[in-house]
Design a protein around this ligand. Structure first.
Ligand SMILES: Nc1ncnc2c1ncn2[C@@H]1O[C@H](COP(=O)(O)OP(=O)(O)O)[C@@H](O)[C@H]1O
Ligand SMILES: [Mg+2]
Length: 288
């Protein structure tokens, strides 16, 4: 099989769709919206999955606003519809009802204003680390030298400058997800959607990744919608934590996390907040 055949065979369509509209030369699209003002508005979102045998109501009349520059975590029971919400915002699936606004524009399909980081990394195994990061720029027609220079900058930002020429299979899970994050950030999206990005990492690597993310985001006003099943992670990272009920998800409570980042996860305040949210989630699981 030629390299090209391999590429055609293995390309994840969704990923391509996510990246192919990336325009690295765009100026910020939502300049008129200030930090702290509403950027993303999910309005009466519904998603019904239909198969020959069954119909699953994953999301029904879901509403949520996210402010520019905010990091909002979504946490809730497994199968309650979290990934569905993210994929709808990414434009990777068409909701059966409602709409999603970004600024004053209805978001239909994918676009350069949004990037997604996937739980299973979804990297291209036949490309080097640097070429993975460059992908969005390549599709957008950025010249080779500039692509390379920018990719190296992002690789440095995630601590992987010495692995630029490595293949993906040579990397650990944490390193792979650093590549995923660099790839998502290089196109300078307004909104980054992260679906349990650190879910498969060991506890120590996960903590390091969370700290790097905080570090990277501190330098931007990127808006992040972050799905997690870890209450600890949500309290460490978020400005607000949206706790969902079981499917079809509605909002059980929204917890504001008022402390500056970086945070001390073992502080009494963080511990108390974790305990409160865990209590809510347990109730949700018991109430089945
Ligand atoms: N493509 C699909 N086809 C049919 N059912 C789906 C599909 N994707 C998700 N679902 C169902 O929708 C519900 C919500 O799924 P998902 O959004 O992945 O939940 P979560 O991310 O919270 O675990 C689940 O019951 C799941 O089985
Ligand atoms: Mg999911």
């Amino acid at each position: 099989m030629t390299a090209e055949e391999t590429e055609n065979k293995s390309l994840d369509e969704l990923q391509i769709e996510q990246l192919e509209h990336s325009d690295p030369h765009r100026t910020e699209q939502y300049k008129s919206i200030s930090k702290g003002e509403k950027l993303v508005s999910i309005q009466n979102l519904s998603m019904v999955y239909k198969t020959d045998e069954s119909e699953t109501v994953a999301i029904q009349d879901f509403n949520l606003d996210v402010m520019k520059g905010e990091l909002v975590s979504i946490i809730g029971p497994s199968g309650c519809g979290k990934t569905t919400i993210l994929r709808a915002i990414a434009g990777l699936l068409k909701p059966t009802g409602g709409r999603i606004m970004i600024g004053n524009k209805e978001c239909i399909g994918s676009g350069p204003d949004r990037s997604m980081v996937f739980q299973d990394f979804a990297l291209f195994p036949w490309r080097s680390v640097r070429k993975n990061v460059e992908f969005g720029l390549e599709i957008a027609g950025v010249p080779k030298e500039e692509r390379k220079e920018r990719a190296m900058r992002y690789l440095k930002a995630v601590g992987l400058e010495n692995f630029a020429n490595s293949r993906v299979h040579e990397l650990s899970g944490g390193m792979k997800q650093r590549v995923g994050i660099a790839r998502a950030m290089i196109t300078k999206p307004d909104v980054i959607l992260m679906d349990e990005p650190f879910g498969s990492l060991d506890a120590q690597t996960r903590n390091i990744m969370q700290a790097s993310l905080v570090n990277m985001l501190a330098k931007t006003d990127t808006t992040v919608i972050f799905v997690t099943h870890s209450v600890d992670e949500a309290v460490y990272l978020s400005d607000r934590i949206v706790v969902l009920t079981k499917r079809p998800a509605h909002i059980k409570e929204i917890v504001k996390v008022p402390w500056l980042r970086p945070r001390d996860r073992s502080s009494p305040e963080c511990t108390a907040m974790r305990k409160e949210i865990l209590g809510e989630l347990e109730k949700e699981n018991v109430m089945n």
